[in-house]
Design a protein around this ligand. Sequence first.
Ligand code: ISE
Length: 335
Amino acid sequence: STLGIAVIGAGRMGADHARRIGRTVGGARVVAVADPDVERAKEVAAGLDGAYALTDPAAAVAAPGVGAVLIASPAAAHEEAVGYALERGLPVLCEKPLAPDAAGALRVLEAEQRLGRRLVQVGFMRRHDAEYRQLKELLDGGGIGRPLFLHCRHRNAASPPFFTADMLLGDSAVHEVDAARWLLGQEVTAVSVFAPAPSSLAPEGLGDPRFVLMETSGGALVDVEVFVNCGFGYEVRCEAVGESGSASLGEPQALEVRRAGLRAGAIPQDFTVRFADAYDRQLRRWVAAAARGGVAGPDAWDGYAAAAVVEAAVAAARSGVRTAVELAERPPLYR
Ligand code: ISE
């Protein structure tokens, strides 16, 4: 049978996920699309056979035939929408971040624990990317020895108009937080945030770019350049350095053309292109798991831990001081 999905949020990612469910992911169909802007919801629903548009997320979750919920609204609306799904015992794929702050994420953990099972998966799609998975396998297998450093770069061609300095950490750098926790199998214990003089080509007040330094429970260091108005394209790179080797991902993979004294290759402009396969795999695995009432990827604990690190990073960016990450005890449900 087909899993009916309510999509909450018809912005860029909501529209992208909904399209994937129609095209590349079998065993599921979109039943309802909710967005405060009903025209936007209608546009997304129009491309999907039998889906209808509405404004109220609670009504979308409660719609007949809905068996799972995909949340792609702005971060501040996630907690409420997750709540509607959990009230009905429905599996959730929630776009990152799970919540804008640790307290909100903690409330999601509490709600899930009251139910006694894990229903919430967070959309950290890099965990489904082929290169990231290879790096994870290499590290887990001890292929380069104990990891000492992760050197990460996170560059977007341009930030959307609604982007804020906090989002640079909470919406962009949060991916590096999750990737580091997952790749290393460690928690982040402290964060420092530095910045060069901001780029004159970035919107004023954004504080773009930034340099984030994370310390981990296993004694590794993770440095991250976050530059969301780099201008030239979308680039996510990571070099892991271990005691006996190093490994890098995200190196240019395009066809290389040599002509007139130059070497050239295309750079993807956007995350929906660079991580297209990862988004597909994430959805396919989630649909399969959701049909059985579970999750297949980063869970609410991962969402909470990332939110706690981001909160410390936001504080560190404001104060200019290295900030320790305060993490709650990991509940048995997530061990
Ligand atoms: C966006 O929300 C994402 O999740 C992208 O992966 C990230 O690269 C971008 O900076 C964020 O704004």
